[in-house]
Design a protein around this ligand. Structure first.
Ligand code: ZN
Length: 278
């Protein structure tokens, strides 16, 4: 074997070694990638299964009868599932009259939502919030906070805001802590006002009128001095302040409700007079 042959053989051996190393490296890379892929697929499958299991357990919860009633928080005794605001285009009331209601039910608690049934409704009681400039949402928060603060017992079925917005925070099949010894046969409406005088602005008055009218029609009540009352008429409390201090304005309000019912009887009976936002 001459020198040249030996060097050629060495080069070949080197080449073979390099190829073996390369093949081993590529094999390892392929193995690692395959392992990563496998882990990803397995975790995706596990995640998918857990989501499916979650969803089916949730829907089976909703299907149980008593819990449906508890969880849907129906705003009125025989209400069906509340309509979404998107349905407003379908307003059946010929006159185009309707009232939007934001459903923001309070958590059940002994200080503002005791959950006691309200079986009879003989009147609608008008209140003022006695917090100048406070919004409907803020007053609703106050009722909700009583659950924690435990400072007093107070609430209302409805709160009418400074822009005429209406928040419902207690279903009318339950009592509110609003009107002393008339809590068990009345529905309460708290009304927001801008300043100390307690005077209601036109937007607030308009929604107060529509809501009172709807409630009276709903419960088959005539609009009169026995069915539209002030907190003052129940307990002598200065509430709603402006309507206690201005008897003529109070009479005007009651007349406006009667007048509205007279002119919009059909609309008020229409299924979609009230539009619920959740
Ligand atoms: Zn009051």
């Amino acid at each position: 074997m001459d020198e040249e042959e030996i060097s050629i053989k060495r080069k070949r051996r080197k080449k073979r070694r390099r190829r073996r190393i390369l093949i081993r490296l590529v094999t390892w890379i392929i193995l690692v990638l395959a392992l990563i892929g496998l882990i990803t697929v397995v975790s995706l499958v596990v995640y998918g299964i857990s989501r499916l299991v979650n969803r089916s357990s949730q829907s089976s919860e909703v299907r149980t009868g008593a819990e449906v009633l508890e969880s849907t928080e129906l705003p009125f005794p025989d209400a069906t599932i509340p309509k979404a605001a998107a349905d407003s285009s379908k307003t059946a009331s010929a006159s185009g009259q309707h009232l939007e209601i934001d459903l923001q039910m309070l958590t059940k608690n002994p200080y503002s939502r005791p959950g006691r049934p309200l079986n009879t409704v003989n009147a609608v009681v008008i209140h003022y919030t006695a917090s100048p400039g406070g919004t409907a949402a803020q007053n609703r928060e106050y009722f909700e906070d009583l659950r924690i603060l435990k400072t007093t017992k107070a609430s209302s079925h409805f709160i009418v805001g400074l822009e005429g917005e209406v928040v419902q925070c207690i279903p009318t099949r339950e009592i509110a802590y609003a009107s002393n010894n008339r809590n068990d046969d009345t529905v309460a409406i708290e009304c927001c006002h801008k300043d100390e005088s307690g005077k209601f602005n036109d937007s607030t008055l308009d929604s107060m009128k529509k809501l009172t009218a709807w409630l009276l029609v709903r419960y088959g009540l005539e609009a009169n001095d026995e069915t539209i009352i002030r907190h003052y008429d129940v307990s002598g409390k200065l509430c709603p302040k402006y309507f206690v201090e201005h008897e003529d304005e109070w009479k005007k309000f009651k007349n406006s409700v009667a007048d509205y019912i007279e002119k919009n009887k059909e609309a008020l009976k229409a299924e979609d007079y009230l539009i619920f936002n959740q």
